[in-house]
Design a protein around this ligand. Structure first.
Ligand code: COA
Length: 376
């Protein structure tokens, strides 16, 4: 199986509608590779909040309106922030039946007439156990950060470095939400507390955007990227049901299967995209993916291991923190970055060795995890 085309929009506070964003990403993916829209056998649409924020459900049919008379199967997938890696996984499974499948992820989070995004995002947690007890997302991740910092004896300065690195990378990515924002360590340190110890610069932003990929059974061109493995795992929705908040079992389960299927180990990875919805989740991801021992991701940050010129570059596009987090599109934006890097087409942020890459996308508070491993 191969990724034969990729496309995305800019992420940020945008004036385009949900459907216009989806169209732009799909159009760019078609124009990126040799597969024509008429060669597409099915489409998987990933979206989390079209109903609550845009008053728009039945998205599969809304996408069909962009493709008059094609009458192909179009299916919507929703697994919170992991929606697009799960949609990709389902598209890959469908290649037993189809030759070319498109996956498109889209979210329009700003400027909602219907609901505020904080309450809408909270639908990814347990309504009774979490939301009704005040656990909106920054608060849940604040509890995780508190427990992690206490267990491993690290200070907020490590989270500040994670934020700084992601903002630095996003300035090399013209499509990022914060691509032109000059962010200093001082700005990060001085930013207001959202839910202690999490401050503004520990949070991913509220973003609009879309991303798309075309998956084909057969290789079509020398720019194609091979999919070595794709695995999804799930866990309980409420953090009150977790024994340990400093690690996500869904990530560990999915990545173990993904490494085994791909026949690789963490040392073989040249580029990794992790789901840093809050800076603490980047530290946890590095450990859950086996890139270091539990509690030692601070060393990777300190040693410069995850920088673009480091041992194992991470979130070269700026991550969710600074590339942005339009929820339904996020997992596919990670795929977009890994594919761009593996092709050697990442321009100023291009890494030097680029053979194997991994994307980790999680939903909610680690309730869903999608892992994709690719080879150039
Ligand atoms: N990081 C850095 N700067 C941010 C930011 C973020 N996450 N979010 C907003 N800003 C900046 C804006 O660019 C703006 O800057 P400017 O004045 O220079 O233009 C300023 O802060 C105010 O923006 P605004 O949109 O009014 O911020 P807000 O207070 O409404 O939202 C948060 C800030 C942190 C509450 C919001 O970004 C948030 O909820 N993030 C978490 C999203 C989330 O939970 N996602 C799911 C994760 S699983």
């Amino acid at each position: 199986m191969y990724i034969t085309g990729i496309g995305r929009t800019k992420f940020g506070v945008l004036s385009k509608s949900l459907i216009e964003l989806a169209y732009e990403a799909m159009y760019n993916a078609i124009n990126d590779g040799p597969i024509d829209i008429t060669d597409i056998d099915a489409i998987y649409v990933s979206n989390f909040l079209g109903g609550p924020l845009n008053g728009q459900l039945h998205l599969n049919s809304a996408i069909a309106s962009l493709l008059p008379d094609m009458n192909i199967p179009i299916i919507r997938i929703e697994t919170a922030c992991a929606s697009s890696s799960v949609a990709l996984n389902q598209a890959i499974q469908s290649l037993s039946q189809f030759s070319n499948v498109m996956v498109v992820g889209v979210e329009k989070m700003t400027d909602s007439k219907y609901m505020n995004p904080t309450d809408a995002i909270a639908m990814a947690a347990d309504n009774i156990l979490d939301y009704q007890n005040g656990l909106i997302f920054p608060a849940s991740y604040a509890l995780i950060a508190q427990q992690y910092m206490l267990k491993y004896g690290i200070g907020h300065d490590v989270l500040e470095q994670v934020s700084y690195l992601n903002h630095k990378n996003s300035n090399l990515n013209p499509l990022a939400h914060f691509s032109y924002k000059d962010v200093s360590m001082e700005m990060i340190r001085q930013s207001p507390i959202v839910a202690s110890p999490i401050n503004l610069f520990d949070c991913s932003p509220i973003s609009d955007g879309a991303a798309a990929a075309i998956i084909s059974k057969d290789r079509c061109s020398d720019r194609d990227i091979e999919i070595l493995s794709s695995h999804v795992s799930t866990d309980s929705i409420s953090i009150s049901q977790r024994k340990d908040l400093t690690s996500f079992n869904a990530t560990k389960t999915a990545v173990k299967k993904a490494y085994a299927e791909a026949g690789i180990n963490p040392d073989d990875l040249d580029i990794v995209e992790v789901h840093d919805c809050f800076t603490i989740s980047e530290l946890i991801a590095l450990e859950d993916l086996g890139l270091c021992e539990p509690g030692r991701s601070c060393d990777m940050i300190e040693n410069g291991d995850i920088s673009i010129d480091g041992r194992i570059p991470v979130n070269t596009d700026g991550g969710l923190k600074a590339n942005g987090h339009p929820i339904g599109a996020t997992g596919l934006a990670q795929i977009f970055e890994v594919v761009t890097q593996l092709r050697g087409e990442a321009g100023k942020r291009q890494i030097s060795d680029h053979e194997v890459g991994l994307a980790q996308n999680i939903g909610g508070i680690g309730g869903t995890a999608g892992i994709t491993i690719m080879r150039g």
